[in-house]
Design a binder for this molecule. Structure first.
Ligand SMILES: Nc1ncnc2c1ncn2[C@@H]1O[C@H](COP(=O)(O)OP(=O)(O)OP(=O)(O)O)[C@@H](O)[C@H]1O
Length: 782
């Protein structure tokens, strides 16, 4: 028998699948137990553990696996599979059991027996060779026969496809991903147009598809290649630079560069131009004047405009008189022990009266304080309880608070005492789509969204279209912060278009409390470097050091904070880039040694180059709505379980995000990273008692004014800058970030008529300096 199965000397194991130990539905990584029937491997146990990327295999079905044995440091010997094939049974009972086992629609034991009696023990091979043999089986309808053949082909097909894909150079994981998209058509699609993969399969970029194109002899000027190049360039442009469109010239030039860089062959501009037109005719790109858009971004911008207009079309929302407002305001000021400034009062009143409103201002200008006022006055004036417990599923809590990150939402909860959530959660993000939209809007009377500068064009559109016309919406944000990670600059464009009632808070209150961090932030925002930058202040200091010294200096500063009793969670080191001698990775390594060193009693687990240890501070890198953790959330490793200690038979890391415990199997650890130091981008929306900010020339490529401004405004109590003054100056002077190509501003101003535009208070007051609306109101009241 062994001679019979030789497979050109390749290692194989033929056996029965007796149990699945682990199966990941997303990437199909599987660990199964196989009872060996035949193999050309020497010294093999009766049962072996087989790992690889494949769909859920039929229990007790027979397969032949091709691969090799590897020694896993923890799990021991495992057979790691490159590809496999299903073996069809060849005994009478086996065939009957297989055909009637539920996989073949409409075939029960009786029909299966009839098939075997007619075609014999080799029935399955015979059917695969020639499906017409099924015509001789009594009482088997043509439809059932066809279905039976197709199901058999499907199972056989997978094996052939996997082998062919591996010959094209795809590993088992990517092969399985491709197969999941195209199924039986995989090879046909790849052979006719490998560039299709770029559009359809996540993880395959233009470069990879182009290598395949070259292998398959597709010419440099081939329309499929040019089209894929166009789509790739525009997507990269939008995702990496944050633009919403590319001009004709830009797209043409960049596509030409890309296509010619990869092959020693000139690509004709006319051909590129023609394919750009074809793509727009097919709706894969949208053209407007000389601009090219990815359709989803084009329609998202349009959606934002039409929804802003829809919301603004609602009339004045104030169902209360000015006297009632002032009374409620007075009561709240007393309760909260605060005296709002005139501007802050204006903000509260306009917010309460407008269907859509923007509150903006730098750090410490009182945005949070005003949000609090809005919430309490809204409840008072509408006779609503602010106790979420007094509402139920039929009548949900009417005031919705949301923010782009979990931490920003948590801060909203802390400052208002009310439930707040991420925008993704509010909109019912399921991992591959939003539940909420125009057909199933969110419920409530008032929605306040904080940190609006972080919201990109897609999310803003989804959010706005999910808002019912009866709901009042307030956007809060600081346009000088870093723009959203995704494309667009929605808050900036909304503010510039001046179509939504807006109040800008400018007076700084935290400064009045003696914060020199806030005054530094405001100076940077205006492009100034205060003369006292390097002079130690009560709440900030600047430690001069070179790029080579900065890691040690950061460590020393963190060490002294630790000695003063601060915990890792209070001290946040922020840096702009991951790699390099002063990069985030290096800083994390150093800070882990300081805050959570190796200890015999502390469990740890190695993942790639990184060691995770119980007690480590970690950062979530992706949204995981099922677990209620989101990109940017910071947690702590509270437990590590090794594979031999649990039924899943795999290493597990448990992270607590403010009490919400999330378990990560080892292969999902790429979802987290150490957070002693994190990127400034990821820190948006969060605040920390102590921020240590290294700024050195090796960060040159990244240094920008809004980056430094964002980093500095993350610190609540102490800010320690370390590094080179010139690097800091260079960053403050560089402002070339605000040039995202968007058309939201133009679309807003063109679509929303001037009658609809509500002038912001400051403009409405032109010529009435010194006189405020409150002067009139107070007269009314008295
Ligand atoms: N009218 C006021 N009178 C006295 N103190 C005020 C007033 N407005 C705000 N503050 C105080 O100023 C500080 C900053 O206010 P707040 O946190 O609301 O600002 P913010 O704009 O939300 O700042 P950040 O964006 O940095 O969180 C708080 O301590 C707050 O109590």
């Amino acid at each position: 028998m062994q001679q019979q199965l030789d497979f050109d000397g390749r290692s194989f194991i033929k056996g029965v699948h007796v149990g699945t130990i682990f199966h990941n539905e997303d990437n199909l990584y599987s660990v199964i137990r196989v009872r060996v029937e035949e193999t050309n491997e020497a010294h093999i146990e009766k049962d072996v553990v087989v790992t690889g990327y494949f769909p859920l295999l039929g229990e007790y079905d027979t397969y032949t696996f091709f691969g090799s044995f590897k020694e896993h440091p923890r799990f021991g010997k495992q057979y790691v599979v490159d590809h496999f094939r299903k073996e069809f049974p060849e005994t009478k009972e086996g065939v009957i059991q297989y055909l009637s086992g539920g996989m073949f629609k409409g075939i029960g034991k009786k029909t299966a027996t009839a098939i075997v009696e007619t075609l014999g023990e080799r029935a399955i091979s015979k059917i695969l060779e020639d499906p017409d043999v099924l015509a001789s089986v009594p009482k088997l309808t043509k439809a059932k026969a066809r279905q039976l053949y197709e199901t058999l082909r499907e199972h056989e097909g997978l094996e052939q496809i996997m082998i062919a894909l591996s010959q094209f150079g795809f590993g088992p994981q990517l092969s399985m991903k491709i197969y999941q998209v195209y199924k039986d058509e995989t090879l046909q699609i790849i052979r006719t147009n490998p560039y299709q993969l770029v559009e359809d399969v996540e993880g395959i970029g233009f470069g990879r598809a182009d290598d395949l194109g070259l292998q398959l002899g597709i010419s440099g000027n081939h329309p499929d290649r040019i089209r894929a190049g166009c789509l790739y360039v525009i997507e990269q442009h939008c995702m990496q630079e944050g633009h919403v469109y590319m001009t004709y010239e830009q797209l043409l030039t960049e596509v030409k560069q890309l296509l010619e860089a990869k092959r020693q062959e000139l690509v004709d501009v006319a051909c590129i131009s023609r394919e750009m037109v074809h793509l727009s005719e097919e709706g894969k790109l949208i053209v407007e004047e000389d601009r090219f858009y990815i359709p989803s971004l084009y329609f998202a911008e349009k959606g934002i405009v039409s929804n802003v207009r829809r919301l603004l079309e609602q009339c004045d929302m104030s169902t209360f008189s000015e006297a009632e407002f002032l009374l409620a305001l007075g009561e709240w000021e007393e309760e909260a022990n605060i005296q709002y400034s005139q501007k802050q009062k204006e903000a509260i009143q306009q917010a309460l009266c407008s269907p859509l409103f923007i509150l903006t201002g730098g750090p410490g200008t009182g945005k949070t304080t005003v949000i609090n006022g809005i919430v309490h006055l809204f409840a008072k004036l509408h006779g609503l309880s602010l106790d979420p417990a007094s509402y139920d599923a039929d009548e949900p809590f009417p005031i919705l608070l949301a923010a782009p990150t979990g931490r920003a939402a948590k801060r909203m909860t802390e400052s208002t005492g009310l439930p707040a959530m991420t925008i993704h959660r509010l909109l019912g993000w399921s991992g591959d789509g939003f539940q909420r939209g125009e057909d199933e809007p969110i419920c409530g009377k008032l929605l306040i969204v904080d940190e609006m500068s972080m919201v990109d064009t897609w999310l803003a559109n989804q959010l706005l279209k999910s808002v019912p016309s009866s709901m009042q919406v307030i956007f809060v944000g600081d346009e000088d912060q870093l723009p959203s990670v995704g494309p667009g600059q929605v808050l900036k464009d909304l503010l510039r278009a001046n179509v939504v009632p807006t109040v800008r808070l400018t007076d700084i209150y935290r400064q009045a409390e003696g914060s020199s961090i806030i005054s530094l932030a405001h100076a940077i925002k205006d492009g100034n470097i205060p003369h006292d930058l390097t002079i130690p202040q009560k709440d900030r200091s600047f430690i001069r050091c070179t790029g080579g010294q900065v890691v040690d200096v950061v460590k020393k500063v963190a060490e002294s904070a630790k000695q003063k009793g601060y915990r890792a969670k209070d001290v946040q080191v922020l840096a702009p880039m991951y790699r390099g001698h002063a990069g985030i990775d290096r800083l994390n390594e150093t800070l882990q040694q300081l805050f959570n060193p190796k200890h015999d009693n502390k469990r740890e687990l190695t993942f790639g180059d990184v060691v995770y240890r119980v007690g480590d501070k970690v950062l979530q890198l992706v949204n995981q709505p099922d677990e209620n953790v989101f990109n940017g959330d910071i947690g702590e490793i509270v437990a590590i379980f090794y594979a031999n200690e649990n039924v899943e038979k795999q290493d597990l890391v448990v992270v607590s995000f403010d009490g919400n415990e999330v378990t990560y199997p080892k292969q999902e650890l790429h979802q987290i990273t150490h957070a002693y130091c994190c990127s400034i981008h990821k820190s948006q929306g969060s605040e920390f008692p102590i921020v240590i900010l290294p700024v050195v020339k090796s960060y040159y490529r990244m240094l920008r004014r809004n980056l430094l401004y964002t980093a500095i405004t993350r610190s609540k109590q102490y800010l320690i800058l370390c590094g080179e003054e010139e690097a800091f100056q260079l960053g403050v002077m560089r402002t070339d970030d605000g040039t995202r190509q968007t058309t939201l501003y133009e679309k807003l101003t063109a679509t929303i008529s001037s009658e609809q535009q509500l002038l912001p208070m400051e403009d409405a007051n032109i010529g009435m300096e010194g006189v405020t609306p409150y002067d009139f109101m107070e007269n009314d009241v008295t």
